[in-house]
Ligand binder design. Structure first.
Ligand SMILES: [Zn+2]
Length: 419
């Protein structure tokens, strides 16, 4: 069998593994959140708060969708015309057209061009956040964070580009197999190191100070059977007024993080409710499952890029001989961008199901739907979330159930627990 034949077979196996993993590991059945409860929860929210949140979300929309559209157009323009290949050549020229210069500098140049063209949209977003009082730092703080994120992406990108094009040179017929294994390995590695290497670039993390709240949270984690060494507090207030918490990392790097804004804004009981939700993620190994499916997806993407990228009409459009050469990187980016847009609703759906399960865990662990509901109201109020967003936007991009869905789930839980 030819390498191409093996690639088709491998892709089929990876897609099958992804489907089986999602069928078995995604909690497709969600706890009930009756629409009648959602609507009554919506009516009970202060009307001016809902109006202001909707106004805020509407103000963000042109920037978000503009960035999406322009980003797609730039990716297609660079990837499906010889323009991108020429940009890669240009980046390699000062270095005698050496392949490493083309691979790394050319690749980063393509990403940088796309970033710079969408920069005005990012600035627009920041101006809206400032206008609505959610952002707490000025333009200089924003610019520093932006430069930091460019630097982090450049380092990770350079490693990935160098590794990828070394493999395409060493194994011209089988690079897709090594590339798939490498991409999967990179996803796993990033899950381990992001919390200890990347997150500290943007925030300072300190153990939560000793006191009744910390004692209560550690006791709850122990009761839940989730080994948590510590609850970390992130200094999110330097950037935002928004409140949040999350779990990240795997094994030795796993941590529960709460924003300092949450500790400032919410009551201790509400913080407990949020951490109970995060413990749900830890208990269900949501980070590990996300890493596994991410690794399978990355491997499948590399094989699919090999198969699709060597389709002659595409390489002809891009003005390249083979998808394996650095000059074809813009073509890869165009394909990845389109795939990302197509996959977005499915990813959002899976995320909402996983989040609904963590909510159910929080309700069962605390047995306190009243505080859970109060916390949801506070989250929506402080973060200016639309409690019941437009259906199309919800389906397209919502990573969490809406505020009214989460409140309705708490009410349904309360009825079941009470009766
Ligand atoms: Zn969550």
């Amino acid at each position: 069998m030819t390498p191409r034949g093996w690639a088709v077979l491998t892709l089929a196996a990876l897609v099958l593994a992804l489907l089986v993993a999602s069928a078995l590991l995604v909690p497709w059945h969600r706890p009930p959140a009756p629409r009648a409860d959602q609507l009554s929860a919506l009516r009970e929210l202060p009307a001016d708060q809902v109006a202001r949140a909707r106004e805020f979300r509407a103000a963000l929309r042109p920037g978000s969708y503009g960035a999406l559209l322009v980003g797609l157009l730039v990716a297609l323009l660079l990837g499906l015309t010889p323009l991108g290949a020429r940009l890669v050549e240009l980046a390699g020229r000062p270095f005698g057209d050496h392949w490493i210069a083309r691979a790394v500098l050319g690749g980063l140049a393509v990403v940088l061009v796309a970033d710079l063209i969408t920069l005005p949209f990012a600035a627009w977003r920041q101006s809206v956040l400032t206008r609505y009082g959610l952002s707490t730092y000025g333009w200089s703080g924003w610019a520093v964070d932006l430069l930091k994120s460019y630097a982090v992406s450049a380092v990770i990108g350079a490693v990935a580009l160098l590794g990828f094009y070394t493999v395409t040179r060493l194994a011209p017929r089988w690079w897709w197999a090594f590339g798939a294994a490498g991409a999967a390995g990179l996803v796993v590695l990033l899950s381990f190191v992001l919390p200890v290497l990347v997150e500290p670039v943007f925030n300072r993390f300190t153990p939560m100070e000793q006191g009744p709240l910390r004692t209560e949270l550690m006791a709850m984690a122990a009761r839940d059977g989730v080994p948590v060494r510590d609850v970390l507090v992130a200094d999110a207030s330097r950037r935002t007024k928004a409140v949040n918490a999350y779990v990240s990392g795997l094994g030795p790097t796993r941590r529960v993080v709460v924003y300092d804004t949450l500790l400032r804004e919410a009551t201790p009981a509400e913080v407990t409710s949020v951490v109970a939700h995060e413990l749900g993620h830890a208990r269900q190994r949501d980070v590990a499952v996300g890493t596994l499916t991410g690794a399978l997806g990355a491997a499948a993407a590399v094989v699919a890029l090999y198969l699709l990228g060597s389709w002659p009409p595409l390489t002809r459009l891009a003005g390249v001989e083979s998808v394996a050469e650095p000059r074809a990187f813009p073509l890869l980016i165009a394909l990845v961008t389109v795939a990302g847009l197509v996959a977005a609703p499915a990813q959002a759906l899976i995320s909402r199901r996983v989040e609904a399960r963590a909510d159910a865990h929080a309700l069962a662990l605390t047995g306190d739907p009243v505080t859970f509901e109060a916390m949801q109201r506070r989250l929506a109020g402080v973060n200016l979330a639309d409690p019941d967003p437009p259906r199309w936007e919800y389906l397209w991009s919502a990573s969490h159930p809406s505020t009214v869905e989460r409140i309705a789930a708490a009410r349904a839980y309360a009825r079941k627990a009470g009766g």
